[in-house]
Design a protein. Structure first.
Length: 252
């Protein structure tokens, strides 16, 4: 299996630009990030420094979020009317980074509900996702739509495989795919084997459930679930002192 490290949730004891090298030192060939900058449109020097950190570490950027509001407790900008201009300004920046680093998966977090604007949000999300998909296609990348769990994200509307797939199909662009996060889906009681096999699944992330710790700390049979899957698997779990000894069991 090809595991990559989400460096926005692991190696957080290090400065962000040192995390790709830490992932490489731990034996990984790939990394992914939530949006790694404080602003939607960072300066050229900031972007160059990030690109250089990934390149110098000798790892591949497997996945990258478009600009999001995760540090503020949000769940993305794609459906948020007040944030739409900021998001659209970000699209070229994110796609540009993807093109420079060969990243082929860009995560488009849908965004939390705004009371009274749900219908407007649905229309705006589709419009923004179409725009993002067309721009991502110029870099050979797919746009990912993710389902989260309603316990930790009660205002996020996409909390099932079907809800995310409905959005993907409504967008109607050929390079929009499902981000299959087994932790979130497990919390919602989804059929995990079926989600992994879904023809629109474009990337997989894992954490054990219910605690979102490393594999082996919870109840999910992750090795059995992933057997036969040959794509990248993003490690998006919490581990204050990263311990990857569990990977040996997956190789047996």
């Amino acid at each position: 299996m090809r595991f990559d490290v989400n460096c926005s949730i692991l190696f957080t004891g290090l400065p962000l630009l040192e995390r790709p090298a830490a992932a490489r030192a731990a034996g990984f060939g790939g990394v992914e990030f939530w949006w790694p900058f404080e602003t939607a449109v960072p300066g050229d020097k900031e972007v160059d420094a990030f690109v250089r950190a990934v390149e110098d570490a000798g790892v591949r950027l497997v996945g990258l979020n478009f600009a999001d509001d995760i540090p503020d407790g949000g769940r993305g900008l794609f459906s948020r009317p007040a944030d739409s201009a900021r998001l659209r300004d970000n699209l070229d920046v994110a796609v540009g980074i993807a093109g420079r680093l060969g990243c082929i998966a860009l995560n488009a977090l849908y965004g939390n509900r705004v009371e009274g604007l749900e219908r407007q949000q649905e229309e705006l999300a589709l419009e923004n996702l179409r725009l993002a998909a067309r721009k991502a296609a110029t870099a050979g990348a797919v746009v990912l739509v993710e389902a989260l769990n309603g316990y930790e994200s009660p205002s996020y509307p996409l909390v099932s495989v079907n809800a995310a797939i409905d959005v993907i199909e409504a967008v109607g662009e050929p390079n929009v795919r499902f981000l299959c996060d087994l932790y979130h889906l497990a919390r919602m009681g989804e059929d995990l084997p079926a989600a992994l096999r879904h023809p629109l699944t474009g990337h997989v992330q894992i954490a054990d459930a219910p605690g979102r710790g490393r594999p082996g700390t919870g109840e999910l049979p992750l090795r059995d679930l992933l057997r036969g899957y040959d794509g990248w698997v993003g490690l998006e779990y919490k581990d204050p002192e990263p311990d990857f000894s569990w990977i040996k069991e997956f190789s047996q």
